[in-house]
Design a protein around this ligand. Structure first.
Ligand code: SF4
Length: 207
């Protein structure tokens, strides 16, 4: 039994928290059952994604069958397949165009770490170098069941969030877009531009 007087904020504070917790549950329940995934197939893992969508595995049981082609209408990004250096800037651009709150699910070994192409000259060794990944689903490719489990893990994360602490509701937090990686001779983070310039200048100076 809860003793209201035990609360650090006193009975009034606890009542407020109970009220907000109920709001959180209703709000998150609605979000979990109306997520709109954005999909773009990068390689073979996308075939398993399609299987997950189809009747046998049936993503629509979660109310998630509306796959959006536009990032502006999506709140869950599946990165399914091999991320090439040429594609990475476009993936970050799409992510930046999604509205908050948004989530990222990395599908398969390639999206997680580069997979069998990890040391390839044109492959990114993990999309989490550029995007905040919420759930990783390993496998080459992961089965549709594993993908569904990953989706349920995203749901778990959403259910654990609160309107009190969610960054997208904080007045002082303007959700800054992520820096776009730039494809030069190689991919680099524009935040590192000054350091790279210095490095290049030093190399030129010393031959
Ligand atoms: S993890 Fe395996 S199945 Fe998935 S995109 Fe890479 S090579 Fe293809």
């Amino acid at each position: 039994m809860v003793n209201l007087s035990d609360s650090a904020e006193g009975p009034e504070g606890l009542k407020k928290n109970v009220f907000l917790t109920t709001i959180d549950n209703v709000y998150n329940w609605g979000r979990v059952r109306s997520m709109w995934p954005m999909a773009f197939g990068l390689a073979c893992c996308a075939i398993e994604f399609m299987a997950m969508m189809a009747a046998r595995f049936d993503l629509s049981r979660f109310g998630m069958e509306i796959i959006r082609a536009s990032p502006r209408q999506a709140d869950l990004m599946f990165v399914s397949g091999t991320v090439t250096k040429k594609m990475a800037p476009n993936i970050v651009r799409l992510y930046n165009q999604m509205a908050e709150p948004k989530y990222v699910l990395a599908v398969g070994a390639c999206a997680i770490s580069g997979g069998p192409f990890k040391e390839g000259y044109n492959v990114v060794s993990g999309i989490d170098k550029f995007l905040p990944v919420d759930v990783y689903v390993p496998g080459c490719p992961p089965t549709p069941e594993a993908l569904l489990y990953g989706v349920m893990k995203v749901h778990e994360k959403v259910m654990g969030q609160s309107v009190r602490t969610a960054p997208w509701y904080k007045r002082d937090q303007l959700n800054e877009p992520l820096p776009m990686p730039v494809l030069g001779p190689d991919l680099y983070n524009p935040k590192d531009r000054d350091a790279l310039k210095k490095l290049t200048a030093a190399k030129v100076e010393h031959g």
